[in-house]
Ligand binder design. Sequence first.
Ligand code: NAD
Length: 389
Amino acid sequence: MAVLGKSTFRLRNRKMGASVTTGMQMMATRPCIPACQKLLGSRAAVPSFVRALSARTGFASCTKTASAGSFVSLNQKRFSVRAMSQSAAQGLPIDLRGKRAFIAGVADDNGYGWAIAQALAAAGAEILVGTWVPALNIFETSLRRGKFDESRKLPDGSLMEITKVYPLDAVFDSPDDVPDDVKANKRYAGSSNWTVKEVAETVKNDFGTIDILVHSLANGPEVKSPLLETSRKGYLAAVSASSYSFISLLQHFLPIMNPGGSTISLTYIASERTIPGYGGGMSSAKAALESDTRVLAYEAGRRGKIRVNTISAGPLGSRAAKAIGFIEKIIEYSYVNAPLQKELLAEEVGNTAAFLASPLASAITGSTIYVDNGLNTMGLALDSPTLST
Ligand SMILES: NC(=O)c1ccc[n+]([C@@H]2O[C@H](COP(=O)([O-])OP(=O)(O)OC[C@H]3O[C@@H](n4cnc5c(N)ncnc54)[C@H](O)[C@@H]3O)[C@@H](O)[C@H]2O)c1
């Protein structure tokens, strides 16, 4: 019997009793076949000791890659892959293997949606994205042509796989809501089934269920207008695209979310502090989103054991943020005035989302989590000229 090292997982087949775990050590009874090592070892998510196990056990073929909770077939025998105790070498892992995420609001590699997709993928989740219909063509073409390959790189060197890209327009709940001018618009004509209801149905038909729902989208056509000069139409459009869209997504995806699932949206401090320039009802939309997070946490928690949280993210020079017009100044302001004087990386928001989606956050719901270098805690702008006089 060979000792394979400290373990967090084990391969187990009761009938054969081919491997056992004792305390923190993995023991195996068979010699090694490299075919298994090659297949299992090629998966980023497969922990190193499973690779070690595959290297040392005597199974001739693998028909499935391994993740916790899944099965592998070795030499035509079926083994479950079990999560065991934490290994000292791995620390406390964010483990999303076997989970499936739908991320609404990814249309390039600059925004928070992409960073969240990457973090979830790095933790082992399967990634589906919903892309705004007018941006779909350019996103899919860029993806296909390898334009995002550099940003697809995961910490282990492999590339993030997006299993499927769904066209989505989150301001329409069902086909009956779509006005004729949108139906006739050539940017929409090439796509189908992109209302929220249809997307949820298509995901159900394709995959059955999901575990993680991310809302990383916003739109306010009058964002550059002060609230006092915002039209009713502009205000309602901001709330429709940026807040109600989350309610609609949760309403339609909840029935296909596995119990214990997690949903995350993105909000901004303008919901609770005045940020002049973040207009058009966008501040109101974010306030609604945060309030809805609490109410939906209760409703979805009771109904489907689903957690609902929102991340209040600091400024990032995404495509949407650039449309506001002064994002570089806001980033600079944050750098100068936040408790942590460092660039805020999209990756830091992605990592928080991965934690919130994981079982490690199993008691966190209804919360607004700040990922902003601490800027929200400040009551004084240190770079104010007033302070230097
Ligand atoms: N960038 C920031 O400084 C910042 C700060 C805090 C919060 N946020 C929030 O983060 C989220 C993601 O924004 P981002 O800044 O990463 O920019 P982004 O441009 O990467 O993401 C916005 C996405 O929304 C999509 N979208 C717009 N209307 C849509 C619709 N009707 N249906 C479906 N998709 C639609 C766009 O195509 C785009 O992909 C937003 O909720 C935003 O308010 C951003």
